[in-house]
Ligand binder design. Structure first.
Ligand code: LIP
Length: 275
């Protein structure tokens, strides 16, 4: 039996909070890293936060599939409901003490996201929504901005850690030319939630993963915006464009040819071999 969106929504919030509250009790362990790579960090609290969220979900739904960033290679049972977890989105921000990080939990039914929660513990913000309903932050309704000109838009983006040398900044430079200002904040789920709350007008990044955007993408849609996968790559990697809706066409028209040119050789972006 597939639980109702309302039930999945409640558990998604509980799971995101449980993960975030665990990390909040461990702020003294910011340097408790598993592996420090040239442009990435694997953190012990990533795994622990995912385990905390997973325990909350399993207590309610022992048989559901759970796709988490920390266990993305693990085989998944073939179930209608799939949970998608990014235990700490913005791991490098977290490790350096920057409070711009969050725990993201989405519930999908037949690969459609029906409930999502994004909890930013050090900012004290919980964004959440269920399909067909409103989007809220800390219980208050949120809506996208009305900005309809790119030259008046605040556009968030990121840099694919696996492709910093060549393409990432080609997108950044073009967005910087078109927008009022670009921003790189380092946590995709929060970037998309800022758009949902009308505090940014659009977000684009090539090189994020389904766990970065699944919950926030639903929250944005429920806030009146648009979240679109412009390009999918192997192993859950993708190029995502999210906006207040007004800016989706001009940004899509700019970015799609650039994406096509970037991978015109048919090869997937660097790093898509594994999350
Ligand atoms: C991060 C994303 C961010 C991206 C970083 C990294 P993580 O996720 O949220 O947008 O630019 O490279 O992928 O690794 O902190 O969960």
């Amino acid at each position: 039996m597939i639980p109702s969106a309302t039930v999945l929504h409640t558990v998604a919030q509980q799971a995101a909070r449980c993960a975030g509250e665990h990390v909040l009790t461990c702020l003294a362990r910011r340097n408790d890293t598993v592996q420090v790579l040239r442009h990435d960090i694997k953190h012990k609290l990533d795994l622990e936060a995912q385990q905390a969220a997973t325990a909350t979900i399993r207590a309610a739904f022992p048989d559901h599939a759970i796709l988490g960033e920390e266990t993305a290679h693990a085989p998944l049972p073939d179930t209608a409901v799939r949970w998608v977890i990014d235990p700490i989105d913005g791991t490098i921000n977290f490790t350096h003490g920057l409070p711009i990080w969050c725990c993201s939990v989405a519930a999908q039914v037949n690969e459609q996201t029906v409930a999502g929660a994004v909890f930013a513990p050090e900012l004290g913000l919980l964004f959440e929504a269920q399909a067909g309903g409103p989007a809220r932050c800390n219980g208050r309704l949120i809506r996208v901005s009305g900005t309809d000109r790119l030259d008046q838009a605040l556009v968030h983006t990121g840099a694919d850690r696996d492709d910093l040398s060549k393409n990432s900044f080609r997108f950044f430079n073009r967005l910087a030319e078109l927008a009022q200002r670009p921003r790189i904040m380092g946590a995709a789920a929060l970037d998309i939630c800022w758009v949902a709350a009308g505090m940014a007008d659009a977000y684009f990044e090539s090189g994020i993963y389904i766990w970065d955007m699944a919950a926030a993408g639903l929250i944005l849609t429920c806030a009146g915006g648009t979240c679109e996968v412009l390009q999918a790559y192997p192993h859950y990697k993708m190029a995502v464009l999210a906006s207040n809706g007004n800016l989706q066409p001009p940004l899509r028209n700019t970015l799609m040819p650039m994406l096509a040119a970037q991978y015109s050789g048919g090869c997937a972006p660097a790093g898509s071999a594994s999350p």
